[in-house]
Design a protein around this ligand. Structure first.
Ligand SMILES: Cc1ncc(COP(=O)(O)O)c(C=O)c1O
Length: 403
C-alpha cells in the first residue's frame, strides 16, 4: 500500500479486496474513526451513521463510558477462562436478570449466532429431559434471520441463504409471522420450541402483531413448548423499551441477546429461568471466549448508559419523529411504498429496486444508510441520534428519491 496515496479509502479498499475473502459486498469507503452518531473515513470525511454497525451501537460509537470501562478492565485481566468466575461477567449476569424481569440465569457467548446455537441446545436438552427424547423439533418463521452457523442457519427460513449449505440441521420447520394457524399446523408431539424475532430485522422489518404474540405464548403454554425470543437486533432500547417483548407484555422462556449488548465488543447472551437453565450441567455447553472480562465490562457500561440516559424513551420519541418525517416524504414521493417498524428500527419499502444505488449515493452526501433487499432500506441509527441528524437525512432523501 502506498504511503503517499491521496485517496486512502480506495487504496485500503484495493488491498482489502486482494487479501480478504469476498463474503461481503463492501462499499467503497473505509471508516477509521467514530464517535457516538458520527463516522469519519480514511480521508477525514464525516458521516452521520444510520445503521450503527448493523445495530451494535445503540449507545453510540466508542461511547466514552464504554471505552473507559474496557480500558480499565484490560489493564487488569482480559480472559481468565470460564473455569473461573470473572467479576464483570458476574455483575453483568445479575444486571441482565434484573432488566429482563423474568431471567434468573445467563450464559455468555461471543455473537448472536452462537447465542442462538446455545438457545437451541438449551431448549432441546430441557424438553428431551422433561418430556422424552422425541421432543427436538423447533419452529421458526419465514423471512427470519438467526445467524450463519449451521444450527442458526437451519432456523433462518430464507431459502437463498440455506440452499447452498444443505443438508442443514434436522428438526426445523417454518411458519408465517402473524399467522397463528400456520404455527398450529406445524406443531406436533415432537415440537420442543418456537423461535421468533418479535420484529424481523434482516427479513424486512416485519413487526409482530400484539394479538399474534399473545396467541403464540398461549399456544406454547398449552403445548408445553418453549418460547425463544431472538432479540439480537431488537434488544437494548432499540424499539422504545429495553426489550421488544416489553412492548407486548409477552415474556419468552429463553431470550437471545447480542449486538448492542457489547457496545461494539463481541458479546452474546442467553437468559432463562432457573428451572430451564438447570439442564445446562458442567460440560453440556461452553465457550472459550464467551463472557470474557473485557466484553462484559463493556456490557455493564452499555446497560448503565441506557438506563441513566433513558435511551428507551429517546428511541421511542426519536422513532416517532423519524417516522412522521418519513411519512410526510411518502406523501410527496410515490416511490415510497411503506414505512414500518418500532422505535428506531425502521424499514422503508420502495416500489423500485433502487436501494443499493441510494445506499451508495448517500455516502457522497455524508450519510451511512443500509439496504436489506433491493427495494427495502433499513434505518437502525444509534439511539443518541438527534432531530437535526434526522432532518438532514430527510432533506437528502427528499432530493435524491426524486432522481
Ligand atoms: C435477529 C438476529 N439474530 C441473530 C443474528 C446473528 O448475529 P451475529 O451476526 O452476531 O452472529 C442477527 C444478525 O444480524 C440478527 O439480526
Amino acid at each position: 500500500m502506498s504511503a503517499i496515496a491521496k485517496d486512502k479509502n480506495s487504496e485500503i479498499f484495493k488491498t482489502g479486496g486482494k487479501y480478504l475473502m469476498p463474503t461481503y459486498s463492501r462499499l467503497p469507503v473505509v471508516f477509521t474513526k467514530a464517535k457516538m452518531q458520527y463516522l469519519w473515513d480514511a480521508n477525514g470525511k464525516k458521516y452521520t451513521d444510520f445503521i450503527a454497525g448493523y445495530g451494535c451501537l445503540n449507545v453510540g460509537h466508542s461511547n466514552s463510558q464504554v471505552v473507559s470501562a474496557i480500558k480499565k478492565q484490560i489493564e487488569n485481566i482480559i480472559q481468565p477462562s470460564n473455569v473461573y468466575y470473572n467479576v464483570p461477567q458476574v455483575i453483568l449476569a445479575e444486571k441482565l436478570c434484573k432488566i429482563t424481569g423474568f431471567g434468573s440465569k445467563v450464559f455468555f457467548a461471543n455473537s448472536g449466532t452462537e447465542a442462538v446455537e446455545g438457545a437451541v441446545k438449551l431448549a432441546r436438552k430441557y424438553s428431551k429431559e422433561k418430556f422424552g427424547q422425541h421432543r427436538y423439533k423447533i419452529i421458526s418463521f419465514n423471512k427470519s434471520f438467526h445467524g450463519r452457523t449451521m444450527g442458526a442457519l437451519s432456523a433462518t427460513a430464507q431459502e437463498q441463504k440455506q440452499k447452498i449449505y444443505q443438508p442443514l440441521l434436522d428438526g426445523f420447520d417454518y411458519a408465517d409471522i402473524n399467522d397463528i394457524d400456520s404455527v398450529k399446523a406445524k406443531i406436533d408431539g415432537n415440537t420442543c420450541a418456537i423461535i421468533l424475532e418479535p420484529i424481523q430485522g434482516e427479513g424486512g422489518i416485519n413487526v409482530s402483531d400484539n394479538e399474534f404474540l399473545k396467541n403464540l405464548k398461549a399456544l406454547c403454554t398449552e403445548n408445553k413448548i418453549l418460547l425463544i425470543f431472538d432479540e439480537v437486533q431488537t434488544g437494548f432500547a432499540r424499539t422504545g423499551k429495553m426489550f421488544a417483548y416489553n412492548n407486548y407484555g409477552v415474556c419468552p422462556d429463553i431470550l437471545v441477546l447480542a449486538k448492542s449488548l457489547g457496545g461494539g465488543m463481541p458479546l452474546g447472551a442467553i437468559v432463562s429461568s432457573d428451572e430451564i437453565s438447570s439442564v445446562f450441567t458442567p460440560g453440556s455447553h461452553g465457550s472459550t471466549f464467551g463472557g470474557n472480562a473485557a466484553s462484559c465490562a463493556a456490557g455493564i457500561a452499555v446497560i448503565d448508559y441506557i438506563i441513566k440516559n433513558r435511551l428507551s424513551d429517546r428511541a421511542f420519541n426519536m422513532g416517532k419523529y423519524f417516522v412522521s418525517k418519513l411519512s410526510k416524504l411518502k406523501m410527496q414521493n410515490s416511490i415510497i411504498k411503506d414505512i414500518r417498524g418500532m422505535g428506531l428500527m425502521i424499514g422503508m419499502e420502495l416500489s423500485k429496486p433502487v436501494a443499493a444505488e441510494l445506499v451508495e449515493a448517500a455516502l457522497s452526501g455524508g450519510f451511512v444508510i443500509n439496504k436489506i433487499s433491493p427495494s427495502i432500506l433499513r434505518f437502525l441509527p444509534t439511539l443518541v441520534i438527534s432531530k437535526r441528524n434526522i432532518d438532514a437525512l430527510i432533506k437528502w432523501l427528499a432530493l435524491n428519491l426524486k432522481k
